[in-house]
Design a protein. Structure first.
Length: 651
């Protein structure tokens, strides 16, 4: 880490916003002063950007800390705020989504059409017995119906849990069982890499373990053959399309649960992160307005994330729709039919704001600047990054090759748990530095502290904390308040700080640089994956006696999963690396597939039996080994190294 720190200190490039951008920006430097003067009044102003059925009586009730209540007593309907009110305001003909399927088919859906679709889907869910408070699982490709399904749930006050379409049947059933969803919305399949990838078959397999699921609503997208359970499975076009296009939205309490989003923790069991309605929508809408400078009448906004992750929830669905954005939505992979796909679409649709992840940017770097340079990207005016630390080189490439040195780049730090962006430049205000998320947004309080919870001075490194509650903060882990308190609030209980789990440093100006996770959570292509989860998947295979997993630095994906396994009774199989990779794919999903599997005779452990991941990471990254004196038997590392050349199995 010290090497990273000294590199950062030398970063002297500054990129102030272009004068024309600053002059027209949605939010100016005054916002910081306003929030500093009265933080709660500032958030009240932001909440007033929404339409409330009943006003709140108290801005923040922190008496039940760490479970906050924001805008207590207020009532609103999230779907009404995202759709109906724009139609009522005369914007029914404005396109909400320009959608493009991977094969090239297109749809444009106006706010008026979206309203009808959401009402029909809500009516259909009511017919399927969904009531306020019931959980609905959504396992879908990137198609407009996914947004419609989420908004229909929100309209009914039925919390959704969207499970990323790349997850396996086991991962899906774990999530359905954890939140006890009785209805699942899915599609037959979706397009990925030029072919239909089945979703319904995965649901069928998952539901073998979920006997309480009574209805599966299936959108026809891929046209692939699917199994059918009569009485349980219904087609969307049979049930939704015949519904009336009116549905009266009921107002719910600001604290009514909006959704549960599962994310990896340091143990094997994923955490169901719970989000509220009023506070969540207030902050996603405000941050989308402030950080992306969205002009609803002019911009075409594209967030390239998957809806199955928090970024998709907050910045494809809720934030942009609350702000009446016109968004672009794309179903497939960036290199289908070839590497020009994204840039060709940006050129054709004249997209003006792009939000993506460093791993995607680095992949494009690998494919070569000549690919985007073959396109007219002059419509772009703002670029955003999210999901992992962006290295200065990728930041500069993004700015110059994609942004033509003209677009502000906003590196946005936040998490599933924070619900919305927390640390980021304001594009019309901040003179950015390549690789830094800069400062907390107006109304947000973040700091970098040492082990004792004391703020580090400028130039120092430590642990990132959030020192005051914020509107879109998670209201807990579904069904596990104790784990919520322990994971995020115990470490700095005396100070009342929220532990984000990230290391960070303040540079000499006090600007924040994120340095990656401080726990055993890997970040692979912006996906959070716990080492424990992959280890559990590996040892669930009959050939594996023991497994240790580390995230090794990878030039494209940020980190890559490297697994060290001890086989049972020397069960040597030439094909074992492939077998185990397939096994992990089946257990968790392709995103958790190890890049490399190393068969080893022993694992390095401390005297207390804790696996020394730091040493394994050194091996995985081919570094010189660090200190091994705490090992039970330091010759273990020699054994491991000796074994490597023959055992490493790469794709
Ligand atoms: C990391 C994604 C550095 C961080 C929105 C965090 C980042 C985790 C950044 C949350 C960034 C996200 N710079 N690191 N701009 N954005 N991270 O829950 O480690 O999928 O804790 O939310 O991603 O990942 P999650």
């Amino acid at each position: 880490m010290s090497e990273t720190l000294s590199n950062l200190l030398r970063e002297e490039r500054r990129f102030p916003p272009p004068a024309s951008f600053a002059a027209a920006a949605n939010v100016t430097a005054a916002a910081y002063a306003e929030a500093d003067a009265d933080r709660l009044a500032f958030w009240e102003t932001q909440a007033s950007r929404l339409t409330w059925a009943d006003p709140w009586t108290e801005v923040l009730d922190w008496s039940g800390a760490p479970v906050a209540k924001w805008f207590a007593g207020g009532r609103l309907n999230v779907a009404y705020n995202c759709v109906d009110r724009h139609v009522e305001d005369g914007h029914g003909d404005q396109v909400a989504f320009h959608w493009e399927g991977e094969p090239g088919d297109t749809r444009a859906i106006t706010y008026a059409q979206l309203k009808n679709m959401v009402c029909q889907a809500a009516n259909a869910l009511v017919e399927l017995g969904v009531r306020t408070g019931d959980r609905v699982a959504i396992y879908m490709p990137m198609i407009p119906e996914t947004v419609v399904a989420m908004l229909a749930c929100a309209r009914l006050g039925a919390p959704h849990t969207v499970v990323f379409g790349g997850f396996s049947a086991t991962a899906l059933s774990d999530r359905i069982l954890d939140c006890d969803a009785r209805v699942v919305i899915t599609a037959d399949g979706g397009y990925r890499r030029g072919a239909v990838s089945g979703l319904k078959p995965v649901v069928d397999e998952a539901l073998q373990r979920c006997p309480d699921v009574r209805s599966v609503l299936v959108v026809r997208r891929g046209g692939n053959d699917v199994g059918w359970t009569p009485g349980r499975d219904v087609w969307w076009h049979d049930v939704v399309d015949r519904q009336p296009v009116d549905h009266a939205p009921e107002a719910f309490d600001a604290e009514h649960p909006l959704f549960v989003m599962y994310t990896s923790g340091t143990t094997g069991k994923p955490k169901g992160i719970l989000h509220s309605s009023g506070g969540y929508l207030t902050q996603v809408a405000y941050t989308h307005h402030a950080v992306f400078d969205l002009k609803p009448d002019d911009d075409l906004y594209w967030c390239g994330a998957d809806i199955g992750w928090i970024t998709g929830h907050s910045y494809i669905v809720y934030g942009p729709l609350a702000n009446r954005a016109t968004s672009f939505l794309y179903e497939g992979t960036p290199n289908t039919p070839d590497e020009h796909r994204w840039w060709e679409m940006i050129e054709r649709y004249r997209i003006s704001i792009l939000y993506t992840a460093p791993t995607t940017i680095r992949t494009f770097m690998k494919w070569g600047a000549e690919v985007p340079e073959a396109h007219d990207l002059s419509s772009l005016r703002l670029l955003g990054s999210v999901g992992e630390p962006i290295n200065p080189e990728a930041w500069m490439w993004y700015r110059s090759v994609i942004g033509g040195d003209r677009c502000p780049v906003v590196d946005t730090w936040w998490q599933t748990e924070t619900g919305a962006i927390m640390i980021s430049p304001l594009p019309g205000v901040t003179a950015t530095k390549p690789g830094s998320a800069m400062t907390a947004l107006p109304g947000i309080e973040a700091d970098v502290v040492d082990n004792e919870g004391r703020p580090v001075p400028n130039g120092g490194g430590g642990i990132l904390v959030l020192t005051e509650p914020w509107p879109s903060m998670t209201r807990g882990i579904w069904g596990d308040l104790a784990r919520f308190k322990e994971t995020y609030w115990e470490r700095f209980a005396a100070e009342g700080f929220y532990l984000a789990g990230d290391g960070a440093k303040k540079d000499d100006d006090g600007d924040i640089w994120l340095l990656g996770r401080i726990d055993d959570v890997m970040n692979v292509s912006g996906h959070r994956i716990s080492t424990t989860e992959v280890e559990s998947a590996l040892v669930s295979h009959s050939s594996v006696a023991e497994a240790a997993v580390v995230g090794a630095t990878d030039p494209t994906t940020g980190q890559a999963i490297v697994a060290f396994v001890i086989l049972r009774g020397g069960a040597a199989d030439d094909d074992i690396a492939r077998v185990l990779r397939d096994h992990v794919t089946k257990e968790i999903g392709p995103i958790a597939k190890p890049r490399q599997i190393m068969v080893v005779p022993e694992l390095p452990k401390t005297r207390s039996g804790k696996i020394m991941r730091r040493l394994l990471r050194d091996v995985a990254e081919n570094r010189q080994l660090g200190d091994v004196t705490t090992l039970t038997d330091s010759s273990v590392m020699d054994l491991i190294r000796d074994k490597l050349p023959s055992a490493a199995g790469e794709d």
